[in-house]
Design a protein around this ligand. Structure first.
Ligand code: ADP
Ligand code: MG
Length: 342
């Protein structure tokens, strides 16, 4: 099906003049559709290899964006299909249409600390504005996404099965991850015991998912809501720091490029707490630094598990790719643990 036919399934009155690829997303295929009016649209082909239940995913986005908009926050706006669905499905693929959030910029990387503060503030604001939304209404589109204990058990299974005969090359990494075993249950248990809140979490808290106003530089909207799910505030906080500390070096063999940057830690935390200080409870506050360790070590567990399973989940370019990624994350996790948590 061609793009014009796909667009014709959605409920828009404007005439689309051109539609071309845009953005630097790694998951979905994104197109900007310009029309004969000032309004433009974002058409996305949803990656259904990653997301198995598009119906649930789109319903989550529909609920969260509806809540945000009714509380006065700018957010993604779903354009329904002519038969009133949140997405259109042809023989092979799923498509959705959003209003293009006009006059915004999207930072692909961090060049200064003000951006780090603003990223923290943006995700803090998202959490705060969804505080009154009942997170249990959302489906878990990727079940147990940040259940670190379960992720660790998956690693133990992969070690036991050793289906690619790679355990022999990863002894050091396995030992390193086994050493933290007791830490893997901390957040999962705190959630189960209701010591910390069940909250709406974004689960991909990268700065390129924040749109800033082109003119004023102010935060406009957090986008890429595919993985909004019930979880803990700590998941987004920890994962955002993990991704900021890792930067572009997730695949680097030079481990000296990866490490804790205290300025980044401080600025992200200040930005986040500028919105969230009255929302978080004492337990959550006491676990903020720990969460950056936990989400980093969890990412190491996932890469190593995939390496041992024969690279079935993450895309790899060479046979040791997942092992290299696991090493960068282990290096970072060790450094956070030794410098910030002892
Ligand atoms: N509604 C929107 N308004 C403006 N830009 C958008 C919008 N949706 C997506 N984009 C742009 O497209 C990029 C990729 O979209 P995103 O939803 O983050 O996909 P992915 O899941 O592939 O990362 C974003 O980083 C942003 O630059
Ligand atoms: Mg994105």
């Amino acid at each position: 099906m061609n793009i014009a036919d796909i667009l014709s399934k959605f409920n828009i009155t404007e005439r689309v003049l051109e539609c071309f690829p845009t953005g630097n997303g790694h998951i979905n295929s994104t197109f900007l559709a310009k029309t004969d009016t000032k309004k433009s649209y974002i058409l996305q082909k949803i990656n259904s290899n990653v997301f198995k239940n598009v119906d649930q995913l789109m319903n989550n986005i529909f609920l969260v964006t509806g809540y945000l908009r009714s509380n006065g926050f700018e957010t993604l706006e779903i354009i329904k299909t002519k038969d009133d669905k949140n997405y259109f499905q042809d023989e092979n693929d799923y498509y959705r249409l959003f209003v293009y959030v006009d006059n915004t910029i999207c930072c692909e990387g961090v060049t200064n600390l003000e951006q780090v503060f603003n990223a923290g503030k943006a995700f803090g604001l998202l959490h705060k504005s969804l505080k009154g939304f009942d997170a249990s209404k959302l489906d878990e589109v990727i079940p147990n996404f940040h259940n670190t204990k379960k992720r660790y058990n998956d690693l133990l299974d992969a070690i036991k099965n050793d289906c690619s005969n790679r355990v022999k090359d990863s002894k050091e990494e396995i030992d390193n991850l086994m050493k933290y075993e007791k830490d893997y249950s901390v957040v999962v248990n705190a959630l189960a015991n209701k010591e910390i809140s069940l909250a709406v979490t974004h689960n991909d808290p990268k700065i390129n998912n924040v749109l800033f106003d082109k003119t004023s530089g102010e935060i406009r909207a957090v986008i890429d809501l595919d993985t909004v799910m019930p979880g803990s505030y700590l998941y987004d906080f920890g994962d955002a720091l993990r991704s900021l500390f890792t930067g572009e070096y997730e695949d680097s063999k030079d481990l000296s490029k990866i490490g804790v940057d205290y300025q980044i830690f401080k600025m992200y935390t200040l930005g986040y707490l500028s919105e969230m200080k009255d929302v978080l409870n004492d337990k959550e506050i006491s676990l903020l630094a720990f969460s950056s360790f936990l989400l980093t070590v969890e990412s190491a567990i996932r890469f190593l598990t995939d390496y041992l399973n024969g690279d079935v989940y993450f895309k790899t370019d060479y046979s040791e790719h997942n092992l290299i990624r696991a090493r960068t994350q282990i290096k970072l996790a060790n450094e956070i643990y030794e410098t910030s948590l002892n």
